[in-house]
Structures are given as C-alpha cells and as structure tokens.
Design a protein. Sequence first.
Length: 520
Amino acid sequence: MKNKSTLLLFTFNLLFLSASAQTDELINEVFKNYTGWFVELIFYAIPFTSEISIPWVLFPLILGAVYFTLYFGFINIRGFKTAINIVSGKYDEIEKTPTVSKQVSTTEGGDQPDTIRVEGTQGEVSHFQALTAALSATVGLGNIAGVAVAISIGGPGATFWMIVAGLIGMSSKFVECTLGVRYREISPQGTVYGGPMYYLKKGLAEKGLGSVGKVLAVLFAIMCIGGSFGGGNMFQANQAFGMFQTVTGFSQGWIFGIFMAILVGIVIIGGIKSIANVTDKIVPFMVVIYVLASLFVLGANFSLIPEAFHQILNGAFTGVGITGGVFGVLVQGFKRAAFSNEAGVGSASIAHSAVKTNHAASEGLVALLEPFIDTVLVCTMTALVLIITNMQGDLMTYGSAVTAGVEVTSKAFGSVMSWFPYVLAVAVILFAFSSMISWSYYGFQAWSYLFGKSKKIEYTYKILFCLFVIVGSASKLQAVIDFSDAMIFGMMVPNMIGLIILAPVVKTELNKFISKIKSL
C-alpha cells in the first residue's frame, strides 16, 4: 500500500510541476540520463552504407511477417474473404455450440478458468467491436503525420513498400491474435484477461520452456505498461492539445487535459465493453470521413491520379533523387507501415482476446483486416493526397524530411477544401482519444498480470492513467515519450519469440476452424 501511495504522490507532484517549462527540462534531462541507453538500444540503426541505416527493430518485424505469410500459405490473401464473413456474422451459427475438451484446469492461483481447456462463447465483445478497439489504437496520428514524414524522406515510392509491409503484416496480426484468444483467461465474473503475457507464459510452458515463457511475459508486461503511459497516453494528449491550440488559440493545456481525462475516465472505468462501445462508433465514423475527404481530393484532381501511381511505382524501384536510392525508399515505406499498424508488437492481441468466440482462429482472421485498414487503406489514401497536391513541389521536397507532418497533411487537404483543417483537428482529437482508451486497456491488462486482478489494483492503474492524460496535455516531456515509444517497440522482442515458437499451435487452430466452416 505504501508503494501505491508513493506512486500516486509522485504522479500528483509531476502533474502540478508539469506546468513549468523549467520542470519539463529537468524531467527530460533526468530521463535522458537514466533511460537514454534503452531508447538508443531499441532504435539503434544498423549502418549499411554511408547514407543508409536501418533500425534493427524492423528486421524481426518484417522477417517475421514474411515467415508467417509463407508458413500459413498467404493467409493474408486467402483468409481475407473469410474474415469479412466472420465480421458480418455469416458464421455465427458455429459459435452457438460450445466445445468442451476432456481436461479442465485452472491457473496457478486456482481462481481463473483456463479457456484453453474450456471453450465456449465466453468473452466480452463482438468480432467487430474487438476489431475497432484494436484499430483505435493504431489508426491515428501515424496515418496523418507519419505518412507525410515517410514520403518527404523516401519520396512517392515509399508508398509502394508501405503497402507491401501492410499486406505481410496482416499475417503477423493473424498469428498473435489467434494466440491471444487461445491462451486467454476468463474470471468467474466473465472478465477476460489475455494477450502476449498469457500466451508467452502458458504456450511456452506447453513446449517445455516454462521458465523462459515467464521471463518473457514479465518483460512484455513491464514494457506494455510503460508504453501505455507514454506513447499511448501522454503523446496522444499532447498532440491533441497541440492541434486544438492551433485551431482555437486556446493555450491552457492543463484545462484541456482535465477535460480529456474526465472523458477518458468515464469510458475506461467500464472496461473493455465500455471501450468497445465507444470505439465501434468513433473508428468507423472517422475512417469513413477521412477516406471520403481523401476521395474528394482525388476526385478534384482526377487527371493527376495516373501520374501519382506512376511516381509511386517508378520511385519504388528507382529511388531517383532519394538518399540511398531504392534501398532508402524501401526502408521508409517499411518503417512507416511497421510503426503504424504495430503488427508483431503484440498489443492488438490484448483487445482481440476479449472477443466472444469458441474458435481462436476466427478472431485471428478478423485481426488480419486491421493492417489492411490501417496501412493499405488509410495510409495509402494519405499518401495519394500528398503526392497529388505536391505535383508542383509546394508541400515538400522529396528527400528532405518535414518536421510537422500534421501541418503538411492539413495543408494538402486544405488546398482543395479550405475548411478541412478544422475537420482534421477534430479527427486528430478523436483519434487521440480513441487511442488513449484502447491503450489504457492494454496497460491495465499488463498491470493486472503483474500486480493482480483486484478492484483496488484496477482503479489504481486507471486513476494514474487519467492523471497522465493531464500531464501529457500540460507539458512537453519528449524524453519520457521517447522512452515509452521505445518500450512499445521493445514489446516486439519477447512477442516475436513466442509467435515463432507457437506458430504450429496457430496452424492447428486454423485447421479446426476451417473444418467447422466446411461442415456448415
């Protein structure tokens, strides 16, 4: 209890001190001194030429995605239609007959039914709600600002490799989300606990690697908590306030933060059901609005679309005028896709674990739609708008990084629709809000894995999370956010190890589900 009180006291002190720019500098300096090594380790770029360096985190993400795509026979393509059918409810009949295996087991504490052994229609949200909850954490600022940065450095050709990375990333999402459901736990009250923590611990134990699995699960949980407070919270709040300030001129970040914290608190207090009830409305609405606006810009410049595609395809294989040539273009495209859809990081499997289903692979198939929507659809739309509106070089010079991606994207849309910057401001705030509530769930799941599943533990985390929303809005703790971003991508290491080892389990689950479909 003393530790909890100390943690709350530290957070309140951070909250009230964050209004001071001098305090921001002090906190940033402390984080740089004590955590800078971790940030450098995670984002260390391996030099390949004098001009090109590649962040090492891209290698396991990309190579893993390629491996899963081949191992599962291009499940990202052949499973696409099945995924649509699952979300639309075509196979709901399968879920009406729960299947119970011969063995029943509990967790080490003896209080959580193990749903590897006992399966049924247990869960908390629908396939569609699980998909939107996961999408809300990935569709957002990366699609709006990140794409502009990637294209400014890698040119139009980066779009092609971004699409390729999104397509193969679908396979990684399929694997991790199938495992999330396969190894989840459900409390007597029906609350679902799932994600990499559980499949690393229990799945690797089945393979005779119990000690390794426990260590990897704890490492993942620690980094997930850190990521939820920073990149999933403070960064989102900070960017949302920045956009709000740009449009309205309002300068009191702490007031904006309190308002956002109240809204976040109202939603997250109800758990995944409450979160899903919000995301299943916000995400489709904002994605549709954003895509329609993109189509409007493309329609207004219809004659330039062929030239845009020519630049994308030509730039992808020539890299003319881009530092590092084709290699540089490829790196930028893959980097943006990996950092946008988080395929292989493991975070999305936490949300997908809460789905109501008898069959783990059914949710894995639904999850593969996520990188398609996030990267292949939304990121590509942003890229096309940027390329078409930059035909005269008014927005950016390819090969030179822009520093304000949101402003560049806003200017691109504003060149056709003068009022769109206001719509984009609303979109940024809503996307940030939806990202925060989804990441609160990810962080809570990791928190409960480490500290227990009592109500006191739950509310301690949720109160802290809401306080950090205010901190993020009222301060510029860039070093803290950099550290938490590094933790998010650090999650990939233990997760990818588990995915590779447990891939045969996923194949078994897939075959079982396909057999059920064929029996209809």
